[in-house]
Design a protein around this ligand. Structure first.
Ligand SMILES: Nc1nc2c(c(=O)[nH]1)N[C@H]1C(S)=C(S)[C@@H](COP(=O)(O)O)O[C@H]1N2
Ligand SMILES: [Mo]
Length: 249
């Protein structure tokens, strides 16, 4: 979509709010959440939006990162066996790895090797009720996303602990994130702290704050991958592959 010749992307959309009279009333709040995105005074040690070569960083709320000593993963809601996992416990689950591309609605994408466990590992342990058709994720930086349970058992959806042969970095979601390659980046929640099974859909961060779909499936259009010499490429929608990407076996 173009307005006054400018592509309507998230940055432009949010800039409307910072420019508008509304922002003086709500003191830099976009849709009821503080908008730190353009704040140049945030200290370096915070995770913040950064256009890092190779893999950009996107963080809705500047965040110091997770201290694993105070972290646990609570799995609860409509399940027979609610469980709290410590970080080490997650390494006891069956490991899988894949190379897949993460594509942001801001029109960049990048690949990495991701390692973690399938959502089925969680399902097997907590045993959801038959009516638990939705799953709600919350994270340490006050981000949240909902999925249908069905989507989470699709091939190549991964609960990720390691990226490119190292534990996830503070920027990319340590200690645990979700990677669903057929969904836009905003569904790929980082810093997960809780997983709740429910019979109805709960909130979704970017679709509650901007013009983004709840479902977040990648639509046909144009992709601007970081690793393809900045040339835009047309995509068919769904999981994005480029000629140089490794395909699933
Ligand atoms: N907890 C949390 N998860 C998040 C975000 C966030 O701000 N907080 N940003 C999302 C967006 S918009 C994108 S594009 C990807 C970016 O992942 P990256 O920072 O590892 O590149 O993370 C997603 N997951
Ligand atoms: Mo994003």
């Amino acid at each position: 979509m173009k307005i006054l010749g400018q592509k309507l992307n998230r940055r432009f959309f949010l800039s409307l709010f910072s420019l508008s009279a509304l922002s003086t009333f709500f003191s830099k709040k976009a849709f009821g959440v503080s908008d730190y995105r353009r704040d140049k005074n945030i200290p370096k040690q915070y995770v913040q939006n950064r256009d890092r070569p190779g893999f950009f960083i996107r963080s809705a709320n500047p965040f110091m990162g997770v201290d694993v000593n105070g972290w646990s993963l609570s799995v609860r809601g409509m399940v027979k066996n609610p469980i709290t996992f410590e970080y080490e416990d997650l390494f006891g689950l069956k490991k899988t790895s894949q190379i897949s591309r993460l594509k942001c609605v801001e029109c960049w994408s990048a690949t990495a090797q991701w390692e973690g466990f399938r959502f089925q590992e969680v399902i097997d342990r907590v045993q959801p009720d038959i009516n638990a058709k939705y799953v709600y994720f919350q994270s340490a930086d006050s981000y949240y996303e909902s999925y249908t349970l069905k989507e989470l058992v699709r091939p190549r959806v991964l609960m990720v602990l390691r990226m490119n042969d190292k534990p996830l970095s503070k920027d990319h979601g340590f200690p645990l994130r979700l990677i669903a390659p057929f969904k836009y980046g905003y569904k790929n929640i980082k810093y997960i702290t809780s997983i709740e099974f429910a019979d109805s859909r709960k909130r979704n961060y970017w679709s509650n704050h901007g013009p983004y779909s709840v479902d977040g499936t990648i639509q046909p259009g144009t992709d601007h991958p970081l690793d393809f010499k900045k040339k835009p490429l047309s995509i068919n929608g769904g999981e994005v592959f480029h000629p140089f990407d490794k395909r699933p076996l």
